[in-house]
Each structure stands twice: as C-alpha cells, then as structure tokens.
Design a protein around this ligand. Structure first.
Ligand code: BG6
Ligand code: MG
Length: 215
C-alpha cells in the first residue's frame, strides 16, 4: 500500500493552467529585441525558474551583457507583454484533471497549496476562480531562493503544518522536480518524461492521478 499523504502542492504554470506558451512567446520577443535566437527547446530551460533568472539565461545563450537598468526594463516589458496575453484567462483554461482533484482533495480532508515561482500567481488564480481551493499560496514574491531551491515548497508545507514527506508536489519543470526532491517531497512529473528527469512518478495529465491510492 502507498504511503498516506496529508497535502498536495501544485506548481502553477503548466500544472494548473497552460500559461507556459504565453511565457515562451513573451521571452521570444525579449530575445528578439536582444538579437538572440531562442526556440522552444531553449525555453525548456526557463520553465519553473524566476523571471530574473530566465533573462539571465537568455543573455547567457546570446553571450551578452547589459546594464542593470536595461535588464530591469526588459523584465518589466516582458511582464507587461505576458500580462496582456493572459487578459482573457478564465476557468476554461484550467488544465484537465485539476478541478476534480482539488474537489476530491477537499472531500478527503487533504490540504492544498500552490508553490510557484511566478509573481503573478495570485492574479492568475483569481482569474481562474480557483483560489478558494488552496489553504496556502506561496509564490515568487514570498521566497528569496527560487526553484530549483526547495524554499517555495518547504514554506508551503510549513504553512500547512505538514512534513515534506507527507506531501506530493506536482511539477512540469525540471527545476521544480529538483526543488521538490531537494525538499524531501514526493515529486510527480506531469508532461513529457524526457523533459523532466528524476521524478518519482510521471503523469500525462492530472486526470491520471488517483488520490484514493494516497489519501
Ligand atoms: C514559472 C514559470 O512558474 O514562473 C516560468 O514556469 C516563469 O516560465 C516564472 O518565467 C516567473 O513568472 P512571472 O509570472 O513572475 O514572470
Ligand atoms: Mg511549471
């Protein structure tokens, strides 16, 4: 029999909602402004990491250095572009299996948290109208060490009053799986296993997850 779980922690982008493509297009624009070529394979390296770390990686790809002022300007422009592209986001954009799992977790008395690198997490959860399902939200505004550091998930577990070993983390990014494992959580990779190494288990969508086995 599987180990009993007391809480679930969900990454946001790519787990609760399909905003990763919007991030990709916004970064592609930024890279273009910098004269750096950037494709979806390069984008895989940015999944899960913070906004500032993403721009640092793009600059490294192009072997470029820029002033701090321009760096911050590009971050603001990228975010404005991104926010504009997700204006129409609503509950229809919640990924398959999410709502059922959140409702089931409530029925089973499990706590739920969001553990995201995004500083837009609260805004997006409100747009999706799913914020009420979460006991705890920890996002990019609440941590000093972004993924792959485990701080975001450790903080989530602490606020829920559960041990990491009693929590499942759902992640679509390599940096997120690393963070979950480093924190001692049970890491479920959602998406293409070739792109997310080292998860304990893999799911194509959250529809495949059976809470009954763990609760
Ligand atoms: C992560 C995404 O959740 O948040 C990344 O996977 C994104 O693609 C990062 O860059 C930061 O998000 P934001 O909304 O603060 O720019
Ligand atoms: Mg993600």
């Amino acid at each position: 029999m599987s180990k009993k779980i007391k809480a679930l922690i969900f990454d946001l982008d790519g787990i609760l909602v399909s905003t990763e493509h919007n991030h990709f297009i916004a970064w592609k624009n930024t890279a273009k402004v910098l004269g750096i070529s950037f494709d979806k394979y390069d984008n895989e390296q940015l999944k899960g990491i913070s906004r500032a770390d993403s721009l640092t990686k793009i600059l490294k790809l192009g072997n470029k250095t820029i002033s701090e002022q321009y760096f911050n300007e590009l971050l603001t422009k990228k975010n404005d572009f991104y926010l504009n592209s997700i204006q129409a986001l609503n509950q229809e954009n919640v990924l398959p299996g999410v709502l059922n799992l959140l409702k089931k977790a409530q029925e089973f008395g499990l706590k739920c948290a969001v553990g995201s690198s995004s500083k837009n997490a609260r805004l997006i959860l409100t747009k999706l109208d799913i914020d009420r399902y979460f006991n705890v939200i920890v996002d990019g505004n609440d941590v000093s060490h972004p993924k792959p550091h485990p701080e975001v998930f450790l903080k989530g577990a602490e606020l829920m009053g559960v041990d990491p070993a009693e929590c499942i983390v759902f992640e679509d990014a390599q940096s997120g799986i690393q963070a979950a494992k480093a924190g001692g959580f049970l890491a479920f990779g959602v998406g293409n296993p070739a792109l997310i190494d080292q998860a304990a288990y893999y799911l194509t969508t959250l529809n495949e997850f059976s809470l009954e086995e763990y609760a």
